[in-house]
Design a protein around this ligand. Structure first.
Ligand SMILES: Nc1ncnc2c1ncn2[C@@H]1O[C@H](COP(=O)(O)OP(=O)(O)OP(=O)(O)O)[C@@H](O)[C@H]1O
Ligand SMILES: [Mg+2]
Length: 278
């Protein structure tokens, strides 16, 4: 695990990209009642690291992802990205944030009435960048970077396959050069044949820059393939954490053991698919 300080001084190179401390998130339920979705979450991610967040449906994975994106205010605790509180940063909107997102269903993640070029530039224009000269080149480069022809810029989301559109979603998440990407079930809605390609693309992009991923998934095979470390979430609390290797080889919590026992033996085929994918 990365150190926050070296000999007592803050080191920008070693500092965590993400630091969540004792986080609790509440949802309003009406009549003044609240529902505490997650509680006591402490989690960190170092530059270049992929950290998995696993757990059954409703365990609070997306809630934590949304808190990292600044979309859910903490009821307790804090979320810091690059040493800055997310809740405070959200109020300054003149530059794209250091956290971007790739969601499960790419068709829901894009405005169906806007071209791919428009959507790709959205993180920059939303931050107040506006249309600037040279942005055509940026769009072409972004598409080429995820293996798509520049002519896709003129298309609309419905004119792309799910796998192609997820590539565009990855390109969009990269366009503002973030430090961290929240990947919330990034391959769960994709056909198995393109799943390996998209995972490969994420790995390649991480190597190009010191990009960190918070990788949310209920698919333990994908987590095993992608993640350096794993946090296991059960009913809104972290019940286990550690290196992927250790958690899979020697799970300590009963719930983790159940998750691992339920894995269909797909890991090898997924690895092979990733190796064969372009
Ligand atoms: N906007 C909301 N308002 C009220 N309750 C919510 C809201 N969003 C999520 N919840 C509740 O919070 C809990 C955690 O939900 P969350 O979406 O974080 O789970 P998840 O682990 O991402 O599940 P899945 O694997 O199905 O995506 C669930 O009980 C859910 O019903
Ligand atoms: Mg979710």
């Amino acid at each position: 695990m990365a150190e926050n300080t070296v000999e007592g001084t803050a080191s920008p190179t070693r500092r965590n990209v993400l630091r969540i401390e004792d986080l609790a998130i509440d949802y309003r339920q009406g009549f003044g009642r609240t529902f505490r979705a997650v509680q006591g979450i402490t989690l960190d991610i170092a530059p270049g690291e992929t950290v998995g967040l696993v757990g059954e449906s409703g365990s609070g994975k997306s809630t934590i992802g949304n808190a990292v994106l600044g979309l859910q205010p903490p009821a307790e605790g804090s979320v810091q990205v690059l040493g800055e509180d997310v809740a405070l940063r959200g109020r300054r909107s003149h530059e794209p944030g250091p956290v971007q997102v790739v969601l499960q269903n790419p068709y829901r993640a894009f405005n169906p009435f806007k071209s791919i070029a428009w959507s790709l530039l959205e993180p920059l224009t939303a931050a107040g960048g506006g249309a600037k000269p040279g942005r055509d080149g940026l769009v072409s480069a972004a598409l080429a970077g995820v293996g798509l022809d520049p002519s896709y810029a003129r298309r609309y989301p419905r004119e792309l396959s799910g796998g192609q559109l997820q590539r565009v979603a990855i390109a969009r998440s990269l366009i503002s050069d973030p430090a961290l990407i929240v990947c919330d079930e990034p391959v769960s809605s994709l056909d198995a044949s393109v799943c390996g390609q998209v995972l490969n693309l994420l790995t390649a992009k991480q190597r190009e820059r010191e990009l960190a991923y918070l990788f949310i998934s209920h698919d333990m095979n994908v987590v095993r393939l992608m993640c350096d470390r794993v946090y296991v979430l059960y009913r809104g609390r972290i019940v286990e954490q550690g290196s992927t290797e250790k958690v899979f080889a020697d799970p300590q919590h009963e719930y983790t053991r159940k998750l691992i026992a339920a894995i269909p033996d797909r890991a090898e085929s997924l690895r092979q698919r990733a190796a064969n994918a372009v």
